[in-house]
Design a protein around this ligand. Structure first.
Ligand code: KIV
Length: 282
């Protein structure tokens, strides 16, 4: 059995100042490429609602869908640390629902960590999930599941007053049992303070380079879409142009009859065509 990167490996990276990479991805084929590139942590994010299902927010995605795609990513990446994102309403209705839904990711999909978007109202949930023996990544800063209430998402911690609130929330999440923090869309200076004082690994999603790790969404890294994306979402390739080119070539070869060439066809065994023609009376 292969050895998977564990929470303690990531804690060790934090303690020894070794940075690691995290990618949010959602399907077997892509996750296999991500794992083969040596990415340490694969997050199955609820951004799948937008990237895979085409919704305009993360809210519509369900537990069943998230469990199924987390299981697919685990099969593709047996050695990476696997984090599953708790979707909207999977932990808001009660502490018992939160523990039960978190447990589904461990039992049905083999996740090692669940990510929970946190306000101070969710500290009891972190505690309960952690007390049940499951590792938790507390997601603070911009929390996309709040979009329906806030109307829009904008950078967090840009004033000293708000920065203190975030730093205190980070401390409370760790006190409640969080094993990792994910800090999204905050001023770089705030993420730096949180990382410096944190006893657990801190992952930045658009919160600057001073954290232990960075996370980006696979479609942004690969440049799969020309849709507007956040300021921090750097593309390291522009694969949309390459994919468009391949698809145009395919369609043009289908239309011209050039594809499929004879070497791509199956053929009848020797003598069988003649036999068939006799049966057909030809
Ligand atoms: O859903 C997601 O992919 C995320 C990351 C962008 C942090 O939450």
């Amino acid at each position: 059995m292969s050895k998977r990167i564990s929470i303690s490996d990531l804690l060790d990276a934090h303690q020894t100042g070794r940075r690691f990479a995290v990618v949010s991805c959602y399907d077997y084929t892509t996750a296999k490429l991500v794992a083969e590139a040596g990415i340490e942590v694969l997050l199955v994010g609820d951004s799948a609602a937008q990237v895979i299902l085409g919704h305009d927010s993360t809210l519509p995605i369900t537990m069943d869908f998230m469990v199924a795609i987390t299981d697919a990513v685990r099969r593709a990446a047996p050695e990476a640390c696997l984090v599953a994102d708790m979707p909207f309403l999977s932990y808001h209705t009660s502490v018992a629902d939160a523990v039960k839904n978190a447990g589904r990711f461990f039992q049905e999909a083999g996740a090692q960590v669940v990510k929970i978007e946190c306000t101070a109202a969710h500290l009891d949930i972190i505690r309960a999930v952690s007390d049940a023996g499951m590792a938790v990544m507390a997601h603070i800063g911009i929390r996309p599941q709040r979009v329906a209430k806030l109307g829009r998402l904008r950078a967090e911690g840009v004033t000293a007053e708000h920065a203190i609130e975030l730093i205190e929330l980070a401390r409370k999440c760790v006190d409640a049992g969080a094993d990792m923090l994910l800090v999204e869309g905050t001023a770089r200076e705030v993420a730096a303070v949180i990382t410096k004082e944190s006893p657990v690994p801190v992952i930045s999603c658009g919160s600057g380079p001073d954290c232990d790790a960075q996370v980006l969404i696979i479609s942004d890294i690969l440049g799969l879409s020309s849709a507007p994306k956040p300021k921090f979402a750097k593309s390291f390739a522009q694969l949309d142009a390459i994919i468009h080119g391949a698809l145009r070539d395919y369609a043009s070869q289908v239309r011209s009859g050039q594809f499929p060439a004879d070497e791509l066809c199956y053929h009848m065994k020797p003598g069988q065509l003649e036999a068939l023609n006799r049966m057909l009376g030809q």
